[in-house]
Design a protein around this ligand. Structure first.
Ligand code: SF4
Ligand code: ZN
Length: 324
């Protein structure tokens, strides 16, 4: 097969668009989609100035998605004085796995001369995911603990850095899975929250209780996972490939293979899931705003973070781990 654009040998066939692309044109197409998303979401605050820049924290795990995101953002905004970027890597305390991916993060940050900070669960919470996975006091998947801790660290660091936005490397596959999971679980409030927290143009997001948090952006969310992987390969980016030994979110795995099969038989399924979901979640967000029915937030009496209960989920999990 030949590249549609230049006739060189194609390395990728995107069934959803019919395009055949060589390495270089695949990369350009990925970059174009990320730039378009950044523009359409209004990621860069129009009022940002070199004196008062827009401050972005990028969650950098060392995996392909966050590495590609950091690389592209640096490419586009690295020299823009209206933007200040900080890459944040979280070490969960997973032996063998996170140490190697941390090296990838350090290499990339040094390569791009981007400010880079590393935070560990051990320093923050006095826990390591390896121990949590072994003891498992709440009898649930390791990722359920890990996700709560990660969100807490990202939120607090974004706040302490006085960040305007928190950027993560979720790709199209991740987003389509989350969308379908929320719909199949029938959780309309979660659908509404998803919009206000991480989808849609910044100037249309508001309320549903989530404006108390640093707004999220996912500039890779139009790019399929496989294309992100090819991008990193062609651009020769330092990526850590191994999978976390505790990765076992069973329901997501089922949804992933479901979407994979649908996409094979009906190319474009992921895109249409997201197009519909985005519209639905905007409607749902509006509705909950009109009802004044956002999840009212108070302050956790132990750690001071925002929560809808007296004690936040992170503090309840930490207490259970300590008691185990
Ligand atoms: Fe944490 Fe699960 Fe990710 Fe491993 S796979 S780092 S346990 S969220
Ligand atoms: Zn708390």
């Amino acid at each position: 097969m030949e590249c549609d654009t230049c006739g060189a040998e194609a390395i990728h066939h995107a069934a959803y668009s019919g395009a055949h692309l060589c390495g270089e044109h695949l990369c350009r197409s990925v970059e174009r989609r990320v730039k378009r998303r950044v523009r359409e979401d209004g990621l860069l605050d129009p009022d940002a100035t070199p004196e008062d820049p827009d401050r972005w924290v990028i969650g950098l795990s060392g995996g392909k998605d966050s590495v590609a995101l950091t690389h592209i953002l640096d490419d586009v905004f690295g020299k823009d004085p209206r933007v200040e970027m900080l890459a944040l890597t979280i070490h969960e305390g997973i032996d063998g796995y996170r140490d190697a991916s941390l090296d990838a993060c350090v290499d990339l940050a040094a390569d791009l001369s981007i400010r880079h900070e590393v935070v560990t669960y051990e320093e923050e919470f006095d826990v390591r995911m390896d121990d949590v996975a072994r003891e498992d006091p709440e009898n649930m998947a390791p990722c359920a603990y890990c996700g709560v801790f990660r969100r807490d660290v990202l939120e607090r660091y974004a706040e302490s850095f006085d960040a305007d936005k928190l950027l993560t490397g979720h790709n199209l596959d991740d987003e389509a899975q989350t969308a379908l999971m929320n719909i199949l679980e029938g959780d309309v409030k979660q659908v509404a929250k998803h919009f206000d927290a991480s989808l849609g143009p910044f100037d249309e997001r508001d309320g549903a209780g989530t404006d108390a948090f640093v707004p999220r952006a996912k500039p890779l969310r139009d790019v399929p996972e496989k294309e992100v992987a090819l991008y990193c390969h062609v651009r020769d980016l330092p990526v850590h490939m191994a999978e976390c030994p505790h990765a076992a979110e069973a329901y997501r795995g089922e949804i992933q293979s479901l979407i994979h099969d649908l996409e094979e038989n009906h190319p474009g399924t992921r895109h249409s899931i997201m197009a519909g979901y985005e519209e639905l979640s905007a409607l749902a967000a509006d509705r909950y705003r009109d009802d004044g029915d956002g999840p009212g937030l108070s302050t956790c009496e132990r750690c001071g973070s925002k929560t809808s209960r007296d004690v936040c989920r992170k503090c309840r999990l930490l207490a259970a781990i300590e008691a185990a």
